[in-house]
Design a protein around this ligand. Structure first.
Ligand SMILES: Cc1ncc(COP(=O)(O)O)c(C=O)c1O
Length: 502
């Protein structure tokens, strides 16, 4: 660490002949930017002088200036330290004056003005119902560690870049898995291993959409998909979702080149696309020569229902780009997903993936291949399904116990989240409810950002007029869920000023 900082601090220094002023400025900038943390020990004047090829007096004079300004503390016989309290500047203040930002590409400008705000997970909550988080205790640590060890030890004699579409071993294992678990028959060459579904979506966006193109997207939808398509300059055409999935009958009028759908568990409402809708959607894509991006993100979790084959397996081999992920079965941190592309897109996907990042990390690919080949993956999925069924039951019980008829739960038959609608509670209450819940240690998340149109009321009989939450439960223990719901009830009562709601 110190080594790299030293290298950093000296970059180009000896050749550029940094004087005391230059050394002072470099160090000051690094302290302000927190390259060196508060209280960190800095290199001794002697060591830094040797490294920079300058005299010790030069470095000492830079340190003295930093000490005079309160950035470092110098004590006789000890190495200088970064001061604990620095009055002069805030982190990130590098002394640059505020200037007009440089202009970016059209993509960059769109991103600058319309990016989805990043949420930082809070470790402090009693129960965080944030969707997407998974429990670390569910991860098959021993099996994964062994598979990673084997992958590291079995490395080839030469370290060369791999196939951009992924290791043949992993793709063969995925081919078998997709056939067994999802009824998808495809060739190994049609599979591209990606860094999570998100990269699959990004590749689709860049390869299939141009500025001004229309794309159809479910309303409400997965915002990370909408955003990645919109950032190409394409224009979203939100299409209503009902209990059978996207209203495929409305697609004829929207003029889209591509439709993004989540048929096995609509995100976020949770409906499962009916067979009729699937056929209608496929018919639309064939007629319009459009692509369907089928996001099968959590299809492993079905609780009270029989599976329906994905679009890709229902005659969608030439129009459907199927995307799967291990983010819901193993961990979102692994960043492994897979895309099954139509044959005619194989080559262009391979080139795009290669230009993006060469290929997904090899050791992780080999480790996942081992888990799939040995069927450890499938037995892990069964275990995770049982575990999450328990969490889901706990959540449904707790919602019933704490809120009774005040809420309606939607989309609980599959997946790792539910939508909870609070009757007679206007959506405008969401902010104060969320804030109150957070103050009591509960993380909750409104459904509103999933809607493209924040005002449109598609179905007056349904819930757009009341407050809705997307509640994930896969990272929580059953007792956290129960405790969280008790606190949530208190938060609700306090935020709405209602009395005892149970
Ligand atoms: C609809 C949907 N698709 C895909 C994903 C997974 O994305 P990734 O594979 O990039 O982690 C998520 C994660 O929350 C999701 O909600």
């Amino acid at each position: 660490m110190v080594q790299s900082r030293k290298q950093n601090s000296s970059s180009g220094s000896s050749s550029s002949g940094l004087g005391a002023r230059g050394i002072y400025e470099n160090l000051r900038e690094q302290i302000v930017a927190e390259v060196y943390g508060r209280g960190d020990v800095l290199p001794s004047a002697r060591a830094l002088a040797v490294e920079l090829g300058v005299s010790r007096t030069t470095v000492t004079s830079a340190y003295e200036q930093l000490a005079a300004e309160g950035f470092v503390v110098i004590r006789h016989g000890a190495r200088p330290r970064v001061a604990i309290k620095i009055a002069h500047s805030e982190p990130g203040d590098l002394g640059h004056t505020a200037a007009e930002p440089h202009s970016l590409s059209a993509f960059g400008e769109r991103l600058r003005s319309r990016a989805i705000p990043m949420r930082v997970a809070s470790e402090k909550l009693v129960a965080d119902f944030r969707y997407g988080d998974m429990s670390a205790s569910d991860f098959p640590t021993l099996a994964w560690r062994k598979a990673m060890n084997d992958a590291a030890l079995g490395r080839p004699p030469k370290l060369s870049y791999g196939d951009p579409c992924g290791s043949i071993r992993l793709r063969s294992a995925l081919q078998g898995y997709l056939w067994r678990a999802r009824s998808i028959r495809c060739e190994v060459g049609e599979i591209v291993v990606v860094n999570g579904s998100q990269q699959g979506l990004d590749l689709c966006a860049r390869l299939l959409l141009d500025e001004g193109d229309g794309f159809a997207i479910e309303e409400p939808c997965y915002p990370m998909a909408r955003s990645v398509f919109e950032m190409t300059g394409a224009i979203a055409a939100p299409v209503e979702v009902d209990a059978e999935g996207i209203r495929a009958d409305l697609l004829a009028d929207v003029g889209a080149r591509l439709a993004y759908v989540t048929p096995s568990h609509q995100f976020p409402l949770g409906s499962v696309m009916s067979m009729g809708r699937r056929q209608q959607l496929l018919g639309w894509a064939k007629e319009k020569r459009a692509y369907i991006v089928e996001d099968d993100y959590d299809s492993e979790y079905r609780f009270d229902m029989n599976p329906i084959p994905p679009l890709r397996a229902l005659g969608g081999a030439s129009n459907v780009i199927y995307i799967g992920t291990v983010s819901k079965t193993l961990s979102p941190l692994l960043r492994i997903g897979y895309v099954v592309v139509p044959r005619e897109l194989q080559e262009v996907f391979a080139h795009a993936k290669r230009l993006t990042d060469r290929h997904a990390p090899s050791l992780e690919q080999e480790a996942l291949a081992t888990l799939l080949e040995t069927r450890v993956y499938e037995s892990h999925v069964r275990k995770a399904r049982r575990q999450n069924a328990r969490r889901r039951a706990a959540l449904l019980d707790a919602l019933q116990a704490e809120f009774r008829d005040l809420v309606r739960v939607e989309g609980a038959e599959a997946g790792l989240h539910v939508v909870v609608w609070f009757h007679d509670t206007p959506p405008a209450m969401a902010a104060s409810f969320i804030e109150k819940a957070a103050s009591l240690g509960v993380g909750i998340y409104s459904i509103s950002p999933h809607y493209f149109d924040q005002t449109l009321d598609f179905d007056q009989t349904l819930d757009r007029s009341c407050l809705g939450l997307v509640m994930g439960y896969a990272s929580l223990t059953e007792s956290q869920i129960h405790r969280g719901l008790k606190l949530l009830r208190r938060a609700y009562e306090e935020a709405t000023g209602s009395g005892d709601v149970s």
